[in-house]
Ligand binder design. Structure first.
Ligand code: IVH
Length: 700
């Protein structure tokens, strides 16, 4: 996994040497022209990939490949120091701010961490700490190295006034409106609470924003259902979400923030790092509980080993452990190198990647009929599990990787459910394969024609009754966030559908114990458990049933809005396109898809059967006022007295609708401080712009 894109310092060869002197370009004349050319072209290549990664949040290569490019540049620069220039990608802390956000200076530089990858390097670091401080009785704090993006939060009078990304370390992007939507970030803290925690009213917190794996998976599922691009891993998804220009989107994608630093006037406030963490905790910030105070190296090492075992069970990704000298006075004594503190170090866990052979590439048909090419691999052990399948996503990805059957590939196991192929490996031990993969013209499961809609990357089977779709539909219906039928996983659903016992989701509710007992690996107790689970699922609320139906573009959130708006399946089924579009976040595309679903006689029959089976068909209609009925609002900037969520809720409760972008259909734009491009757009289109006070008046 990547070190340099997040921590270029780790690879920087001069970090402990005296300041770098930039030679005049004339010095370069003495160097071999080929080397000059090579360095320049490497820099261009790295800049390109930095841009893809940081500015677009859409990397083209894996972190490991990027590290290798950077390492090559560093090696070349180390042997030709006369060619190091200030604008070389090796010379900066991290990433370029993306356009569209206001930039603001940090109170003190946001630095990076040096990395170590083995116990010897970690001991070397400790030795240096001993040498530089002249003591050996050093106390350390060990924390998880969370794999997200670092963010600084500035508080004045206990109120959150600004959130900044790291940017280039000196200047970050102001993402206040976005991060205000993250629940683990307190918007204000009472004087009393701050006092109890020993924190002054004006302070800054630094920490890591991350996307929990469950949110990441859900978000990617929704992206897929909407036909949008999926994110490569939770870290990219976090960056993409924090930098999204629409805070409504940030709010939907559940992010989490863990704090690990407290500054006052740009300096560490408490005399021990452990006190900082406890105080942050006490003040209501989220501080990661997996941390320890270590009195010596052995205790540091046991923490590292223990947490590596627990890594698999965490609900978010980590890529190592951070070891910090506890005493602030010693931290000050140790100081910084150019871009990282000497008082802290990251120990990186081994990348969860491996090299293996692509034995075959097989298209897999999903719930929506989408054909996903899956690489069938020679089983390889990666980070605690045997991997024998990896997704290749689509034909564009196969082309980009240039992968063929018989190739050796690198496989990475990150936050994604299915591991993915990151590159083709080619050397004398790993010869290239020759058999190219082509998408079949017919569905491998039902033989119906496969189509690729113009402008779309995906190929789909168009047969509504394709057995593969049925299998996936049943799996979706029974899965955890939907009807929660524990035990109805892959193996059982495959048997049920292959034997014709379940031809649609309603058939689940007519299964008998004998049906289940006739299946392989099914004893009396398991059969009874499954039946109990099926029975329990009937009690789940209406929104789950709506979600379970698998209507295209209707994800969990939309299902919830639909249930709240209509209050019953009957009302939803009979709603017109216009009525559907009144529902939060339902636009013409989703409305049309819902209409099409319910227009199908077989679907209406299915719903009748689900109703007779006793599933929940009514819910609590969210009573909405009518004061703002039909009115469309857009929120922009920071409101003084309400969070965005609160303002949105108030408008919706009064019957209004809040959307993310300004158009001719917008009735009002509510502008707070620091309103951005939406305000300009409103003026351009002649949409009424009101402030918070005027919004309050509309509501009463
Ligand atoms: S302390 C001055 N503690 O790792 C150093 N960083 O690779 C401040 N990170 O930029 C960083 N977990 O984004 C610190 N427990 C932790 C961390 C952590 C993740 C990130 C952070 C930093 C990067 C360096």
């Amino acid at each position: 996994m990547c070190g340099s894109r997040r921590t270029p310092a780790s690879l920087f060869p001069f970090q402990n040497a005296s300041p770098i002197i930039f030679f005049e370009m004339s010095a370069a004349k003495n160097s071999d022209k080929n080397v000059v050319k090579k360095i320049e072209s490497l820099r261009d290549e790295i800049r390109h990939h930095e841009y893809r990664y940081y500015a677009l949040d859409d990397p083209e290569i894996s972190d490991g490949e990027f590290d290798k490019l950077m390492q090559r540049l560093l090696d070349l620069e180390a042997s030709h120091p006369e060619l190091v220039t200030p604008d070389s990608p090796s010379q900066r802390v991290s990433g370029a701010p993306s356009e569209g956000f206001v930039k603001a200076a940090h109170s003190s530089p946001m630095l990076s961490l040096d990395n170590t990858y083995n116990v010897d390097d970690l001991r070397d670091w400790e030795r240096r700490v001993h040498e530089l401080t002249g003591r050996t009785d050093i106390e350390y704090v060990c924390e998880l190295k969370l794999d997200g993006m670092s963010l600084a939060l500035q508080y004045e009078d206990g109120r959150l006034v600004r959130g900044l990304t790291r940017g280039d370390g000196t200047v970050g992007e102001d993402v206040t409106s976005n991060i205000r939507t993250v629940r683990s970030i307190p918007l204000s803290i009472s004087k009393d609470k701050l006092k109890k925690a020993g924190i002054p009213p004006n302070f800054e917190v630094r920490g890591e924003m991350l996307m929990p794996l469950a949110s990441f998976r859900k978000m990617n599922e929704e992206q897929e259902a909407k036909g949008l691009k999926q994110f490569a891993n939770p870290r990219n998804a976090t960056a993409g979400t924090v930098r999204n220009l629409d805070p409504n989107i940030t709010a939907q994608r559940r992010l989490d923030y863990f704090s690990y630093m407290l500054l006052h006037d740009g300096r560490t406030f408490f005399d021990r790092h452990s006190k900082t963490l406890d105080a942050l905790d006490q003040a209501g910030f989220k501080v990661n509980p997996a941390r320890t105070l270590a009195q010596n190296f052995d205790q540091v090492w046991s923490f590292i080993e223990k947490e590596e075992q627990l890594r698999e069970k965490l609900p978010y990704e980590i890529d190592g452990i951070v070891v910090k000298v506890n005493r602030t006075s010693l931290q000050d004594e140790l100081g910084f190198t150019g871009r990282a503190p000497r008082w802290a170090i990251a120990y990186k866990y081994a990348a969860r990647a491996g090299i293996t052979l692509v034995e075959d590439i097989v298209p897999q048909v999903g719930r929506t009929g989408k054909l996903t090419p899956v690489a069938h691999l020679k089983p390889v052990f990666i980070g605690g599990t045997t991997v024998s399948r990896a997704t290749l996503h689509n034909m564009d990805e196969i082309e980009r990787l240039g992968v063929k059957i018989g190739d050796w590939v690198e496989v990475e196991r990150g936050g994604d459910v299915i591991p993915k192929v990151t590159r083709v490996v080619e050397d004398k031990d790993h010869p290239r394969g020759h058999k190219a993969f082509h998408m079949p013209e017919k569905c491998p499961v039902c033989g119906t024609h496969v189509v690729r809609t113009e402008g779309e990357v995906d190929y789909r089977c168009v047969n509504a009754n394709c057995p593969a779709k049925l299998r996936e539909t049943i799996l979706h219906f029974a899965s955890r966030g939907v009807m929660n039928i524990e035990g109805m996983g892959d193996a059982l659903v495959t048997q049920l559908t292959e034997r014709g016992l379940v031809k649609n989701v309603a058939d689940i509710y007519k299964l008998t114990k004998d049906d289940l007992l006739s299946l392989e690996r099914m004893g009396d107790k398991s059969a009874q458990n499954v039946l109990d689970e099926i029975e329990n699922s009937k009690k789940l609320p209406l929104e789950r049933v709506i979600f379970g139906l698998g209507i295209r573009f209707v994800g969990e959130r939309t299902a919830q809005f639909l249930a709240e708006h209509f209050g019953s399946m009957e009302h939803l089924m009979n709603a017109s396109e216009e009525e559907l579009q009144q529902v939060d976040e339902v636009g013409p595309r989703i409305a049309k898809s819902i209409i099409e679903f319910f227009a199908e006689a077989s679907n209406r029959k299915l719903i009748e059967r689900l109703q007779s089976a006793g599933l929940t068909f009514t819910g609590k209609k969210k009573e909405r006022g009518t004061k703002l009925a039909g009115k469309v609002f857009v929120l922009t900037g920071t409101l003084a007295n309400y969070s965005r969520d609160d303002a949105k809720k108030m408008i919706e409760d009064a019957g209004g609708k809040v959307t993310g972008s300004v158009s001719k259909k917008t009735d009002y734009v509510i502008a707070g401080t620091d309103a951005g491009s939406k305000l300009d757009k409103a003026k351009e289109l002649g949409v009424s712009v009101i402030d918070e006070k005027e919004m309050e008046k509309l509501l009463v």
